[in-house]
Write a protein that binds this ligand. Structure first.
Ligand code: DC
Length: 223
């Protein structure tokens, strides 16, 4: 079974999807990490963002492998580096690139051939797995997402301005929603889950319930 979780940045998709996969005993795929790794590789190899063909070729040359929660780029663990703000600042060059997306979509589909999967991103229920048995569109209002970010940063000893964070979140939403390919849009058959005011545990409970219902319906249909 394939469970897709799409939604905007900061809605808690990764932690929720990872926890859900753990509970279900499914594998977990963080597709944002793949885009981040291509951006990191391009930065390291100094590929110009305007060199469209080179960027597409690079995405095909590198090896991306998940080892549990860690992502290996050509065998090197880059799980922490890809979270650096310098990567976030340039990632749109990669996420907006048709050729790079084509290749990463192919890799993502290959992951699903290995069995049950919870996958999260922006286009999983629309472009990558349109026939997925269970699709979720996970959101939180920009204000709620900004509040969570500020609280997280404070806990990590960093002081950030709420208005500034809110502005960044709105800008990322705008980019995600207007990208020429793979744009963030809910699949017509996705279940919308608004996480404002809910704990992560409550969200995972809700999704687990949804998956159980789908599994029952699916088994009934295939019996
Ligand atoms: O979810 P994230 O913040 O790690 O995603 C990193 C970037 O990759 C973000 O700019 C959106 C983009 N992305 C995408 O275009 N398609 C996906 N399936 C996943 C992420």
């Amino acid at each position: 079974m394939i469970v897709t979780i799409d939604g905007p940045a900061g809605a808690g998709k990764s932690s929720v999807a990872r926890a859900l996969a753990g509970r279900l005993g499914f594998r977990f795929l963080d597709t944002g990490a793949m885009y981040r790794a291509v951006a990191l590789a391009a930065m390291e190899r100094r590929v110009a963002w305007s060199a469209s063909d080179e960027l597409a070729a690079l995405s095909r040359q590198i090896s991306l492998q998940f080892d549990g929660d860690r992502l290996l780029l050509d065998g090197r663990d880059v799980s922490d580096e890809i979270r650096d703000p310098s990567v976030a600042g340039v990632i749109h060059h990669v996420a907006d690139h048709v050729g790079v997306r084509e290749h990463l979509v192919e890799l993502q589909r290959r992951e699903a051939e290995r069995g049950d999967l919870v996958t999260e991103g922006r286009d999983q229920g629309t472009v990558v797995f349109p026939a997925a048995e269970c699709k979720v569109f996970l959101t939180a209002t920009p204000e709620e997402r900004a509040r969570r970010r500020v609280a997280q940063d404070l806990a990590g000893g960093r002081i950030v301005q709420f208005d500034e964070v809110l502005q960044q979140i709105r800008e990322r939403d705008r980019r995600d929603e207007t990208r020429p390919v793979g744009r963030l849009v809910p699949a017509a058959d996705a279940v919308h889950v608004l996480t404002d005011g809910l704990t992560q545990e409550q969200v995972v409970d809700r999704l687990q319930q949804l998956v159980s219902e789908r599994q029952l319906a699916w088994r009934a249909n295939s019996a």
